[in-house]
Design a protein around this ligand. Structure first.
Ligand SMILES: *Cc1c(COP(=O)(O)O)cnc(C)c1O
Length: 236
């Protein structure tokens, strides 16, 4: 299987943008309020370069180690970490990424806050708080009730800019089955923001199989891999 060309990626991007438009219209939303994180994990650096050429300016990776070889080799992109972050890789992650979407504990938030102060003084680090909405034992993230208890402390970390919430949905048979997860994340965000206005309004939810449903339910960031780049190989 050949990698898709820049032209093919651009065409797929066009098709995704069309789906985003339609989903936004169904929900009475402006599609300008939805951005794509193009997830290049499992693909070589050439694919990430081709993505930028095809007009995808924000890229995502789920492993620090894989990203460490790719990010410095790709010009003109900003990068989101979307996978679980171990504390021993936090320093490297702060060096590499523009946004860390996978902050899943107060300990990690505190560590990132310290590292941001050290590595980028005077400049905050943008993060999202990952929520395990479905209480899925296989998934990372704050339990909703734990997040409620921890939020004030996380928001007080002055070197972090907490832009909003992120979730990874369960594997579902039909996209429609993911809707309750997305509704739950949006509802949680609204509830938390009413008591904590410093919490940002971003909602990162939805992947290749279910992003239109996520947009109908309020996603502001969709994280899309396969719909843009095809099936992944194991690049580790
Ligand atoms: C891999 C991954 C994605 C993209 O998944 P696709 O199904 O390829 O669109 C999105 N979010 C996270 C956290 C991922 O690990």
């Amino acid at each position: 299987m050949d990698d898709p060309s820049v032209l093919e990626i651009a065409q797929r991007r066009g098709a995704v943008l069309e789906q985003i438009d339609e989903a936004a219209r169904r929900a009475g939303r402006d599609s300008g309020g939805v951005s794509i994180v193009a997830v290049t994990k499992g693909h070589a650096v050439d694919m990430a370069r081709a993505a930028v050429e095809a007009g995808l300016a924000t890229l995502g990776e789920n492993r620090v180690q894989e990203a460490a070889t790719k990010i410095p080799a790709v010009a003109g992109a900003s990068w989101h970490l979307v996978g679980p972050l171990q504390s021993n890789k936090a320093r490297r992650a702060v060096e590499l990424f523009d946004v860390i979407e996978s902050v899943d504990s107060v300990d990690l938030a505190r560590r990132l806050d310290r590292l941001a102060a050290e590595l980028r003084p005077g400049q905050t680090l943008a993060v999202l708080l990952q929520v395990n909405v479905d209480a899925d034992p296989a998934k990372a993230g704050f339990e909703p009730s734990d997040l409620e208890a921890a939020l004030a402390e996380v928001l007080a970390l002055s070197n972090l800019e907490v832009r909003g919430l992120m979730t990874v949905g369960r594997q579902v048979a039909r996209p429609e089955d993911a809707r309750p997860t997305f509704q739950a994340l949006r509802g949680l965000g609204e509830r938390l923001r009413s008591g904590h206005p410093a919490l940002g309004a971003e909602l990162s939810m939805g992947m290749s199989d279910d992003y239109p449903v996520a947009i109908e339910e309020g996603a502001t960031i969709v994280r899309i891999g396969r719909a843009l780049f095809g099936e992944r190989r194991a690049v580790r």
